[in-house]
Design a protein. Structure first.
Length: 400
């Protein structure tokens, strides 16, 4: 399930106080971006959940993007609560204005303010360097990779910048399932082999709001902006790693909204530690302007840069760890069986009761003329199944 980055922030802000609504009140949350890149365009709709919890995705909505000349493009639902423009040729143009039009299944209609499509320069450089940082105890040092970005506007027009990133990295499933059990006999034929792969790909994305203004500078230039530090305690540096950063331009209104939102996210402790406030974006209920709607319709040129590297590119002390791998070795259990063992009970009752799963059978020395089944190999579920995807990403490096 895809959850907008703003969902954890839904019930506070920096203007007039108001009571927190519950889920039943139908507080609409909109995370919408319209750019010049079809891959970056999307509208995510949800109802706010409880404070500091995720929301409830909204399906079966009618979503449109309109330009100032009356052209209207439908956004089709491509995932639960996620809507993508149906026509990839329909992209934003600098200087034009666009409106987001949403109609929910219950008939409620929402319109954004007319949003000027902002220009934004390309990213000059996205780079990674080896670095060290103090650990939490301020005594030990963490080795890792520091990723930074530089950009500038040669026209010196854009002052407000916003960035998001997405990342994917490769790990190895320690003990993938190799065999299936049919629930009956105990011969070798009862454990058919299954297709498997140890390769597993995990993903992440930015949750903090990364933004910066150059209004106090003579030149609209940003150098070596920190994007992410990856320590060698992370599985991200275990094999191959890729990060994609997207850069947007913000109008003054969009800057104010995101600045207030950023202030909320930077607060520590419970949201109930401070008086909650009302934060309005640029989306309104067409028939009830007083209804609070969370979110923003962002319209901007987007600049994208991607870098990737491998653990094989790093010195040994900078390479990442994969604690799951060693934990799995310690937790693996060979259940030795006897002639009275009910294998079906072991696999379907004993193993689940200990949060274990069956991966493969264990036989006596295969050089014996008549090898015997002597055990069942059981491991914790995260050790047997990929918690990301086993589908290799496009153009993924091969460093085996």
């Amino acid at each position: 399930m895809i959850i907008p980055w703003g969902l954890a922030l839904l019930c506070t802000s920096c203007l007039d106080p108001y009571p927190l609504p519950d889920v039943s009140s139908g507080l609409l949350v909109v995370d919408a971006r319209f750019t010049n890149d079809p891959d970056a365009n999307r509208v995510i709709l949800s109802f706010a959940g409880q404070v500091n919890e995720g929301g409830i995705p909204i399906s079966d909505a009618q979503v449109y993007i309109m330009d100032e000349e009356g052209n209207k493009e439908v956004c089709m639902e491509s995932g639960i609560g996620v809507y993508i423009p149906d026509n990839e040729q329909f992209i934003g143009e600098v200087g034009r204005k666009y409106i987001l039009d949403i109609e929910l299944a219950d008939g409620r209609r929402y319109l954004s303010d007319s949003s000027l499509f902002m220009d934004a320069p390309p990213i000059d450089e996205l780079k990674w360097t080896l670095t060290e940082q103090p650990s939490d105890n301020n005594i030990d040092m963490l080795y890792g990779v520091d990723i930074r970005l530089s950009t500038h506007d040669p026209e010196n027009q854009l002052k407000n910048y916003l960035w998001y990133y997405e990342e994917i990295w490769e790990v190895e499933t320690p003990f993938p399932v190799l065999e299936e059990y049919d629930g009956n006999g105990r011969t070798e034929q009862d454990f058919p082999r299954v297709d498997y792969t140890r390769d597993c790909y995990l993903s992440g994305r930015s949750y903090d709001i990364m933004m910066k203004t150059t209004r106090d500078q003579d030149e609209s230039r940003i150098e070596n902006l920190p994007i992410i530090f990856i320590s060698n305690e992370s599985s991200r540096l275990w094999r191959d790693y890729r990060i994609r950063v997207r850069q947007f331009g913000l109008s003054e209104e969009a800057w104010l909204y995101h600045e207030q939102l950023n202030e909320i996210t930077s607060q520590n402790g419970s949201l109930f530690d401070k008086q909650p406030y009302r934060l309005r974006g640029n989306i309104r209920n067409a028939n009830n302007p007083e209804e609070v709607v969370m979110g923003y319709f962002l319209t901007s040129v987007v600049s994208t840069e991607t870098i990737e590297f491998s653990a094989w590119d790093l010195p040994d002390e900078y390479r990442g760890e994969y604690p799951l791998y060693w934990n799995c070795h310690n937790a693996a259990d060979t259940f030795y069986i006897s002639g009275r063992t009910n294998i079906n009970w072991v696999i379907n009752t004993y193993a689940p009761s200990r949060n274990l799963v069956f991966t493969h059978s264990v036989w006596s020395d295969p050089l014996d003329l008549t090898p015997k089944l002597i055990g069942l190999f059981l491991v914790p579920r995260p050790c047997a199944f990929c918690e990301g995807t086993t589908e290799t990403p496009e153009n993924w490096p091969v460093n085996k």
